[in-house]
Structures are given as structure tokens and as C-alpha cells.
Design a protein around this ligand. Structure first.
Ligand code: DAH
Length: 368
């Protein structure tokens, strides 16, 4: 319907309601609002015309224009919430949770076999009531040698090729510890008895070939109490190797040996089978070993060592042991070459490494 202002308000109503209805986004709707009701919008422009009309025309036209403006504004509001709802629904549909996905992302990193093996050793001895003790990598002569009953002229000093640090003003020389045994000394010197500790850590020797690395790892064990004997040593180490290798009837043999810091001393062998050119740990079905493999050194702590640490050997005795961590890790996990432990080859680590949450415990299990 046209009127004397020359405006077809019904036509405008149809045009703008259709424009509102056809918008597909909040942005397009806003543009429609600006074009119709904004400062320079088409409907706003008509409001300005009102003032130029004769009073009787103004009343009627003004009323209809108000209705038109309110109608278009109402349509815009309704469309706006419609579009917002549609956007929300689309987002909800897009962001559904896939409950079949794994709970955590796949881990990229791996735990190095040395770390894993130490964690396993700690888990087993932890269960037996041992705690972990640590000492420095750079040691003095007393802790690394003398207190362990290896005096300066003792031939046992040549058993271990030592890295010496530069001589100090007083003529003394620090060393990179050649074994973890000095941590025994440090623990005993603290004087808290009884003692039941293991000491895992880095050790150093001047040696480098297929089967020796200048840096390697050992774990030391020390038990000091008032009634400790060789039977305790045997039971403890037998339980350890069987738990570590996960073979209940693994044959274990104690062979007389010599270490300056123990008396008597024994090397510990485990049963294996080398027939067929392949190394298999364990005995036959009756628990008998075909071949033997040496894996650690041990013994009753020498009375001189106890005395050097201020412990009375007539009241206290104890046993100690030490083993190479790379060696038992290689045996357990079938790692053929020692040098690969330190090459930082990611492909090797992905193959031989462990998933971070696979934390070894006696209840959760040790072997993969
Ligand atoms: N310290 C010895 C080594 O490095 C290993 C060892 C043997 C440690 C016998 C001990 C022990 O505590 O009792 O070869």
C-alpha cells in the first residue's frame, strides 16, 4: 500500500523481513540491521522524513513506521538467537567426545634400559627392606681404596684402572670412583646401625672396547647387623636374581673368590644354556644348569673395613655385594652390544626403551 509520502511500507516490510530471514550468519544479519535500522539505514531515513509531513499525515505514517521498525527489529532479534543456537548446535555436534580414543596420548619418550634396570633392582631390594644410598662420582683415595682394605701398595689397585684427577697442592689426587663400594664406606661412617642399603650409580675405569665402557653402572649392596652371616647373603642374592630374571628355579652358584674388602668372598653365577649357539638363562626341567654365567661379586664385610669405619667387628658383621648394571640389563633384555647404551640412537631407544608409566614394582611385575 502506497501513501502520500510515496512510500510502500508493506513492500518495505516484505523486503526487510525476507532479508532477515535469508541471512545465514550473525555477520550477515548485522549488515541487514545496519542497512535497515542503522543511522543511514533505509527505515531510519524514513523517520527523518516524518518531520517534513503535515501533522495529520505524520500521526498515521509515524504510527505505521514505528510498527514496521519494531517488526523488523523483532525479526532481527529472533533471527539472531536462531543463528546463535544453530552455531552452538553445530559446535556441539562437531566437538563430540570419542570415548573409544585412548585415555592419554601415545608417549613419544622412552625410559633408557639402564634407568629401567635400576628401577627394577630398587623395587626388588626395596621389598626386602633395603633403602637407596648415594655417593659422589669424584672420590678421594680413602673412600675408593684405603678404607676398603686396599692400601697404597696393594696389588688390587692394579685390578682397576683408575682415572686420576690432577694432583692437588698437598700431593693428593681425587679419582673417578672405580666402583660403587665407596658408598658402603660413607654409609658405615654415618654410624646409623643396623644398615641395609643398595647404592646404584655411575663408575669409571680406563677401559674401552666391545665389552668395556669407560663409564658404566654398578649397584652395591650392604647389610650390617649383629647376627648377619653367609646364609643371609646367599638367600638374599638368590632371591634377587630369581626375581630380577623372572625365573623361579634359576640355578644359583656361589663360587669362592677374592676381594680385599670381603672375607670370605664369593662370586655368584647363574645357570644358563649355551648349546645351539644361543644363550638361554635358566636350568633344565630339574633345575640343573648346563653352563654358568658370572654376574656379581659378594662376601662378608672384612673386619678391617668395619674397623676403618668405626664399627666393632666383634659386635657387628655384614655382607656386601656389587654388580654391573649393563651386564645384567644385556642378559635380561637381550641387548648384544654394550656400546649401544651410550650412542643416544633414538631407533635403539625406541626398540629397547620402556614406556614411562611401566614403573617396575613387585606387585605390578618386572618383566615385559
Ligand atoms: N667392587 C667390586 C668391583 O667393582 C664388586 C664387589 C665385589 C663389591 C664384592 C662388593 C663385594 O661389595 O662384596 O669389582
Amino acid at each position: 500500500m502506497s501513501n502520500d509520502t510515496g512510500q510502500d511500507l508493506n513492500g518495505l516490510q516484505k523486503k526487510w523481513l525476507e532479508a532477515v530471514a535469508s541471512t545465514g550468519s550473525v555477520e550477515a544479519l548485522e549488515q541487514v540491521r545496519v542497512d535497515a535500522l542503522g543511522k543511514k539505514g533505509e527505515i531510519s531515513a524514513l523517520m527523518k522524513v516524518l518531520g517534513t509531513l503535515a501533522p495529520e499525515q505524520r500521526k498515521d505514517f509515524g504510527a505505521r513506521l514505528n510498527v514496521l521498525r519494531d517488526e523488523v527489529a523483532g525479526a532481527i532479534d529472533a533471527r539472531k538467537s536462531g543463528l546463535a543456537n544453530a552455531a552452538l548446535n553445530a559446535r556441539l555436534a562437531r566437538e563430540t567426545l570419542d570415548l573409544t580414543l585412548p585415555a592419554r596420548p601415545e608417549y613419544e619418550g622412552r625410559i633408557h634400559p639402564i634407568t629401567q634396570t635400576i628401577d627394577e633392582i630398587v623395587a626388588i631390594f626395596g621389598e626386602m627392606g633395603f633403602s637407596v644410598a648415594e655417593g659422589p662420582d669424584i672420590e678421594d683415595d680413602f673412600h675408593n681404596f684405603t678404607a676398603l682394605n686396599i692400601p697404597a701398595d696393594h696389588p688390587a689397585r692394579q685390578m682397576q684402572d683408575t682415572f686420576y684427577l690432577p694432583q692437588r697442592d698437598d700431593g693428593s689426587q681425587m679419582v673417578l670412583r672405580t666402583h660403587t663400594s665407596p658408598v658402603q664406606i660413607r654409609t658405615m661412617l654415618k654410624g646409623d646401625l643396623p644398615i641395609r642399603v643398595i647404592c646404584p650409580g655411575r663408575t669409571y675405569r680406563v677401559d674401552s672396547d666391545m665389552t668395556h665402557s669407560p663409564m658404566f653402572h654398578q649397584v652395591e649392596g650392604l647389610v650390617i647387623d649383629t647376627h648377619t652371616n653367609m646364609g643371609h647373603l646367599k638367600g638374599c642374592l638368590q632371591d634377587f636374581v630369581r626375581a630380577f630374571f623372572g625365573i623361579d628355579n634359576l640355578p644359583v652358584r656361589f663360587r669362592p673368590s677374592y676381594f680385599p674388602f670381603t672375607e670370605p668372598s664369593a662370586e655368584v653365577d647363574i645357570g644358563c644354556d649355551r648349546s645351539g649357539g644361543e644363550l638361554k638363562l635358566g636350568g633344565d626341567k630339574d633345575g640343573n644348569a648346563r653352563n654358568w654365567l658370572e654376574i656379581l661379586g659378594s662376601g662378608m664385610v672384612h673386619p678391617n673395613v668395619l674397623k676403618n669405619c668405626g664399627i666393632d667387628p666383634s659386635k657387628y658383621q655384614g655382607f656386601a655385594f656389587g654388580m654391573g648394571i649393563e651386564r645384567i640389563a644385556m642378559l635380561k633384555y637381550g641387548i648384544p652390544d654394550l656400546r649401544t647404551f651410550y650412542e643416544s640412537d633414538l631407533r635403539w631407544l625406541r626398540h629397547y626403551g620402556f614406556v614411562p608409566l611401566d614403573i617396575p614394582t613387585m606387585v605390578g611385575g618386572l618383566t615385559r
